[in-house]
Design a protein. Structure first.
Length: 93
């Protein structure tokens, strides 16, 4: 079990409580756990958004397969807005 934290630089060493009460092990641990939980929630929201985009793109592709292509102009079916947004951009420098 961790009971205290100390900070040192060179020959100087201080107990966390000598610097500030907010640097106690309990408060630092609580803050770190809170940040980890926030990051996990952010990652879950991000993954949900990515999954929704993939689902929408797949539905869009399925719909494009069933639509007839324009005849006589040689044009292929236009990309959906979702495909345009998700298309990687490669810039030549």
């Amino acid at each position: 079990m961790i009971q205290r934290i100390s900070f040192s630089k060179g020959e100087y060493k201080f107990k966390s409580s000598e610097i500030d009460q907010s640097l106690s092990y309990g408060k630092l641990s609580q803050g770190i756990n809170h940040r980890v939980k926030q990051e996990q929630q952010r990652n879950a929201r991000h993954q949900q958004f990515v999954d929704q985009l993939k689902h929408a793109l797949n539905k869009s592709r399925e719909g494009a397969k069933t639509q007839p292509q324009e005849q006589g102009k040689g044009n292929k079916v236009a990309n959906s807005p979702l495909e345009i947004l998700l298309k990687p951009q490669h810039e030549d420098y």
